[in-house]
Design a protein around this ligand. Structure first.
Ligand code: HEM
Ligand SMILES: *[C@@H]1O[C@H](CO)[C@@H](O)[C@H](O)[C@H]1NC(C)=O
Ligand SMILES: *[C@@H]1O[C@H](CO)[C@@H](O)[C@H](O)[C@H]1NC(C)=O
Ligand SMILES: *[C@@H]1O[C@H](CO)[C@@H](O)[C@H](O)[C@H]1NC(C)=O
Ligand SMILES: *[C@@H]1O[C@H](CO)[C@@H](O)[C@H](O)[C@H]1NC(C)=O
Ligand SMILES: *[C@@H]1O[C@H](CO)[C@@H](O)[C@H](O)[C@H]1NC(C)=O
Ligand SMILES: *[C@@H]1O[C@H](CO)[C@@H](O)[C@H](O)[C@H]1NC(C)=O
Ligand SMILES: *[C@@H]1O[C@H](CO)[C@@H](O)[C@H](O)[C@H]1NC(C)=O
Ligand SMILES: *[C@@H]1O[C@H](CO)[C@@H](O)[C@H](O)[C@H]1NC(C)=O
Length: 350
């Protein structure tokens, strides 16, 4: 099979637990210098199977974690590049990305899942694989194991030495209240075109939102672009503007990575302004429609946009480091700094 032919073959692959269809976009995609499609082929050949096998176990218990992992990689990449900076705990040098408001709705378990994967990988291969690469592979597997496309991820990222400031975090993550104009402008700065933006927003085909992320569309007045029944159901879900409840992002198929998100938009059932306005705005409307009627097209464009996102401002080669613990930079790890001199190759912080 040369490419994904139908949703059916994908969900079959999902239930049988193997993949028969991988999008090989290696020729279509430009790689930034320092990343490669075969980076760990000799240093850690089992890397991707270790991650996938473990995530299959995690998702068997709680498929919601797939959404948490996908969003974590997005937040990592948009703020200061895909350098695992989002994973760093705040330290003496100040509060990090994690303390900025957008962090507060990242799932706590996603952080633990990434470091658990790192531990398994390092046990097998040594400290040669970065947390940033593990986060990128985990996001891909979250997509695939929820029913979405499988695709190759370029590898070779290093982990950053610093987290971003709270201000940088706020400035780089778009708000759910953004309209399409605002999204097009802020994402153009990261070199994303309208097709990329509509594709990436399709990440909202899985996962949850807290009421406070969208109740501005319900109270005090109802957003006229929101369907009436949909709005009434959301009001029952979130009786006040600051209710602490959550709701699903995709009412049609909340846990399956598919193109129903776009069908929702066509039916005025997008949850955020940033979602619904993609269908209101004439510059993106036809892209929404094309994905709603052709899931294969969405999967292809989504994979392309994800590969692009996964290369934002990456550290490679002698930049950065490979963390021994995803939430702590090595220089803050006293037990590690005494043995650092003995490590070769992967250590490049100085
Ligand atoms: C286009 C700009 C985007 C905006 C404004 C946005 C905004 C949001 C907001 C407000 C939430 C809910 C947070 C909460 O209240 O709990 C959310 C959840 C989520 N977002 Fe986005 N997002 C954007 C792009 C993306 C991208 C590019 C992806 C991945 C490709 C993504 C994947 C997710 C996922 C999977 C969730 C659910 C997380 C969970 O269930 O834990 N989003 N997003
Ligand atoms: C950031 O969010 C994660 C997940 O909720 C949490 O584990 C972490 O402690 C947060 N960081 C801070 C400094 O609050
Ligand atoms: C962060 O942003 C706030 C509000 O925009 C501003 O008042 C503050 O000075 C900024 N802090 C830094 C360190 O740039
Ligand atoms: C989009 O949002 C921006 C800034 O929030 C606002 O200035 C602009 O008028 C909005 N555009 C439309 C078409 O609503
Ligand atoms: C939370 O939402 C559910 C529906 O998803 C609803 O049944 C419940 O009453 C809501 N809880 C509160 C405290 O509003
Ligand atoms: C929640 O919002 C209501 C109005 O919608 C307000 O009366 C109340 O004080 C708010 N509570 C908090 C904790 O902000
Ligand atoms: C759907 O999109 C795919 C991928 O671009 C394309 O090959 C296929 O012809 C499209 N199907 C239809 C029915 O337009
Ligand atoms: C990683 O560092 C965090 C924060 O210091 C710590 O709580 C955790 O136990 C460490 N993990 C491992 C596997 O040592
Ligand atoms: C320090 O490094 C060791 C591995 O060399 C790691 O197991 C441990 O989790 C790290 N500790 C912290 C606090 O990061």
């Amino acid at each position: 099979m040369a490419s994904i032919s139908s949703a059916f073959s994908l969900s079959l692959a999902l239930f049988l637990g193997f993949s028969s269809t991988v999008l090989h976009l290696t020729e279509a995609q430009q790689l930034v210098q320092g990343l490669s499609w075969s980076f760990y082929d000799s240093s850690c050949p089992r890397l991707e199977s270790i991650v996938r096998k473990q995530l299959q176990e995690v998702f068997k218990d709680d498929i919601g974690q797939a959404a948490g992992l996908l969003r974590l990689h997005f937040h990592d990449c948009f703020v200061q590049g895909c350098d695992a900076s989002v994973l760093l705990a705040g330290s003496a040098s100040g509060p990090g990305e994690q303390e900025a408001p957008p962090n507060l709705t990242l799932r706590a378990r996603a952080f633990r899942i990434i470091d658990d994967l790192r531990r398994r990988v390092h046990r097998r291969c040594g400290r040669v694989v970065s947390c940033a690469d593990i986060a990128a592979i985990a996001a891909r597997d979250a997509v695939f194991l929820s029913g979405g496309p499988d695709y190759d991820v370029p590898l070779g990222r290093k982990d950053g030495l610093n987290f971003a400031t709270r201000n940088a975090t706020l400035a780089n993550l778009p708000s759910p209240t953004s309209n399409t104009s605002a999204l097009l402008t802020s994402l153009a700065a990261k070199n994303f075109d309208p097709t990329d933006i509509v594709s990436l927003s399709g990440g909202h085909t899985i996962g949850l939102s807290h009421c406070t992320s969208f109740t501005n569309r319900l109270y005090p007045t109802q957003d006229p672009t929101m369907g009436k029944t949909f709005a009434n159901n959301l009001k029952a879900n979130c009786p006040t503007a600051n209710s602490t409840n959550t709701t699903v992002l995709d009412i049609r198929s909340p846990n399956v990575f598919d193109n129903r998100y776009y069908v929702n938009l066509m039916n005025r059932q997008g949850l955020f302004t940033s979602d619904q306005d993609l269908y209101t705005d004439r510059r993106t409307r036809s892209i929404v429609t094309s994905f709603a009627i052709n899931q294969t097209l969405f999967f292809e464009k989504f994979a392309i946009a994800m590969i692009k996102m996964s290369q934002l401002s990456v550290l490679t080669g002698r930049q950065g480091e490979i963390r021994a613990n995803c939430s702590v930079r090595n220089s803050d790890n006293l037990s590690l700094s005494s043995v650092v001199g003995e490590e070769e190759g992967s250590w490049s912080a100085f």
